[in-house]
Design a protein around this ligand. Structure first.
Ligand code: ADP
Length: 168
């Protein structure tokens, strides 16, 4: 991997999970700089505000000095051009992720031909893990310690206890 490459890692991160952090940590080791881009996804109703999602990720990555976390709402291809990123990192959990991700990768390439999408396969232990699952368990009062690191877990629990989710 070229050591001068800036990469971006987009997602909803509503909330961040060990699955996301595994991808972020592995990608941080591959590139000069990694920017985690918290996007508002029009097809998803997010429980956490973008600012909350950014803060939760920041709390979990204090050990990674080449990772930045931002909120961006426009086209990812434009953001990549703006910051000079030439790689988009995506995690793949299953074949079901693939079709959509493949389409997104081709679209981003059309919009910005400087950018390559790089797929990292999930670590086996996180294959089942998604933000939706975390929210479902937290909403029902279950223990989320297997899914979210301690530095963020309490914030997630509090959110559901107070029932003040951003968009239900
Ligand atoms: P989700 O809401 O499904 O967790 P996000 O939009 O927040 O998804 O995901 C951002 C990126 O992280 C996507 O590339 C997604 O495939 C990846 N990702 C999410 N969960 C995992 C996991 N458990 N293992 C690997 N990659 C993951």
């Amino acid at each position: 991997m070229r050591d001068n490459v800036i990469a971006i890692c987009p997602g909803s991160f509503d909330p961040v999970t060990y699955g996301h952090l595994d991808i972020i940590t592995r990608a941080a080791g591959m590139f000069k700089k990694l920017i985690v881009v918290v996007a508002s996804n029009s097809s998803k109703n997010c429980c956490f505000t973008p600012e909350e999602r950014v803060e939760l990720i920041k709390k979990c990555i204090t050990n990674l000095d080449n990772v930045e976390v931002v909120h961006y709402d426009g086209l990812l291809a434009d953001y990549a051009a703006q910051v000079g990123a030439t790689a988009i990192i995506k995690g793949l959990r299953a074949m079901s992720d693939f079709e959509y991700e493949f389409q997104m990768a081709l679209t981003n390439r059309k919009l910005n031909n400087e950018v390559e999408t790089v797929f990292l396969t999930t670590s086996a232990e996180y294959m089942y893990l998604s933000s939706s699952l975390v929210k479902e368990v937290a909403r029902l009062g279950g223990d989320i310690k297997e899914f979210v690191p301690p530095c963020a877990a309490q914030d997630v629990v509090n959110k559901f206890e107070r029932n003040d989710t951003h968009d239900r």
